[in-house]
Write a protein that binds this ligand. Structure first.
Ligand SMILES: [Zn+2]
Length: 247
């Protein structure tokens, strides 16, 4: 690869400090993900810019023999201070891991960036960050091509399934599931979130009591179809053991 320099504008979705004091960041940009290293960055002015969820404009240098581009300069373009609040931070962290797992370079990049940036703004400003995270998780999945078939049972293809699938996180018919059907609000959400606008979904929140089941279904679905997303463990309401796990 030839050496080259470039400017990239994006949101920090992953940040790691190495023992040598380098900061390795992954940015989600309108042109896909960019991974770069700020060598010795933890001791310099870049440290405060290259923080999780910051929107930064970085000047990167790709050397002929280096896999990883080097960050030479960074300018802070935007930050959402309220994302530091513990509850909002946990959901932002989950969506960032999600975006990291779902998106590479590709044709959805511009939309993925807009959706993710909008998700962070929503998490920062909305009074119900959990609902923002649930809606946008499904939207990000759909954008990446993971669209559940909610019109047929995931196991036997019977129409209009309404019961949880404790293994795959999809929808099952009454004959295939040993669990009670989803309440109407949760079922309506699962059936319509992909085609509804974010705004319409935000205006019709599912009652809080029904959300743990939605999170569990999402976790199963993502684990089976996308891979392990680490933030689930700390985020999900696991204090009460999942009720829909078969004995
Ligand atoms: Zn079935």
């Amino acid at each position: 690869m030839r050496s080259r320099t470039a400017n990239r504008s994006g949101i920090v979705i992953r940040r790691r400090v190495t023992p040598a004091g380098d900061i390795i960041v992954t940015l989600l940009t309108p042109h896909g993900k960019v991974k770069a290293v700020a060598r010795g960055g933890v001791r310099g002015p870049l440290a405060s810019y290259l923080n999780l969820f910051h929107h930064v404009d970085v000047h990167v240098y790709q050397g002929p023999n280096n896999d990883l581009a080097s960050v030479k300069q960074a300018v802070l373009e935007g930050a959402l201070p309220r994302l530091a609040e513990p509850e909002r931070h946990a959901f932002a962290h989950l969506l960032a891991e999600f975006a990291d797992a779902l998106f590479q370079e590709g044709e959805f990049s511009g939309q993925a960036f807009e959706l993710f940036a909008g998700a962070l703004r929503g998490l920062s400003h909305q009074p119900d960050p959990e609902w923002v995270a649930l809606v946008l998780s499904h939207k990000l999945l759909a954008l990446a091509g993971f669209v559940q078939n909610t019109s047929h049972c995931a196991r036997c293809r019977a129409p209009d399934p309404a019961h949880p699938d404790p293994l795959g996180g999809q929808l099952l018919c009454s004959a295939c599931s040993s669990l009670p059907a989803y309440p109407p609000e949760a079922l309506d959400f699962l059936r319509s979130v992909v085609r509804r606008t974010v705004r319409a979904s935000m205006d019709a929140p599912v009652p809080a009591a029904q959300r743990p089941a939605l999170w569990r279904a999402l976790e199963r679905y993502v684990t089976v179809h996308v891979g392990d997303v680490k933030s689930w463990r700390q985020l999900l309401p696991v204090a009460t053991p999942p009720a829909d796990v078969p004995a």
